[in-house]
Design a protein around this ligand. Structure first.
Ligand code: 5GP
Length: 180
């Protein structure tokens, strides 16, 4: 059932499910025989990684980082503070960073540099949603779910003021929700 605050569903639960299984299948074959670590970014990446890991048929471990971006208002500044670091050592291991959305790319750009300094065997990005319109940092996205237009989306891990993360689809909010 549609949440009352949602104006429109952009990507349905069934579409997400299909895509996540597809990505899981590709990752399973790409990393067969390799020591795979999924690194997810709290809190938005949690829903995606929980589904994705269950679509991957090879052995893996998961770990989490929590980061916050400094800077004015809601704009990403690219200056990122690590609130929670990995618990696993990723040296010489194959890392896939699992993120909910890439917008400007500043946050993930920072994170990649941070993880690369730990000398993993390889590092690739898996992102559910890609918003190419506002990209500042060009990132090599190996695994991608969907391109989305330059709209603020919520659901499937993505929040507005910490709400709506639990919605099983990706949608846009009604204007009045922002205007309250
Ligand atoms: P970037 O550094 O790529 O500009 O921003 C990435 C972060 O901004 C995401 O991890 C997410 O937290 C937030 N973000 C960017 N676009 C959206 C959006 O449409 N909806 C939500 N809920 N968060 C977004």
């Amino acid at each position: 059932m549609l949440n009352d605050d949602i104006e429109k569903v952009l990507i349905t639960e069934a579409e997400i499910k299909y895509k996540v299984h597809e990505l899981g299948g590709i990752i399973s074959s790409d990393y067969r025989g390799k020591d795979l670590v999924l690194v997810s970014v709290l809190r938005g990446g949690v829903v995606f990684v929980a589904d994705l890991m269950r679509s991957i048929s090879i052995p893996l471990t998961i770990d989490f980082m929590a980061i916050s971006s400094y800077g004015p208002s809601t704009e990403t500044s690219g200056v990122v503070k690590v609130l929670k670091d990995l618990e696993e050592n990723i040296y010489n291991r194959h890392v896939v960073v699992v993120e909910d959305i890439i917008d400007t790319g500043l946050t993930l750009g920072y994170l990649l540099r941070n993880l690369e300094s730990r000398k993993p065997a390889s590092i690739n990005i898996c992102v559910l949603l890609n918003k190419p319109a506002r990209r500042i940092v060009d990132l090599p996205i190996k695994y991608k779910g969907f391109d989305v237009p330059d709209l603020f989306v919520v659901g499937y891990g993505l929040d507005y003021q910490q709400n709506y993360r639990h919605l099983p689809y990706v949608g846009i909010l009604k204007k009045e929700v922002y205007e309250i």
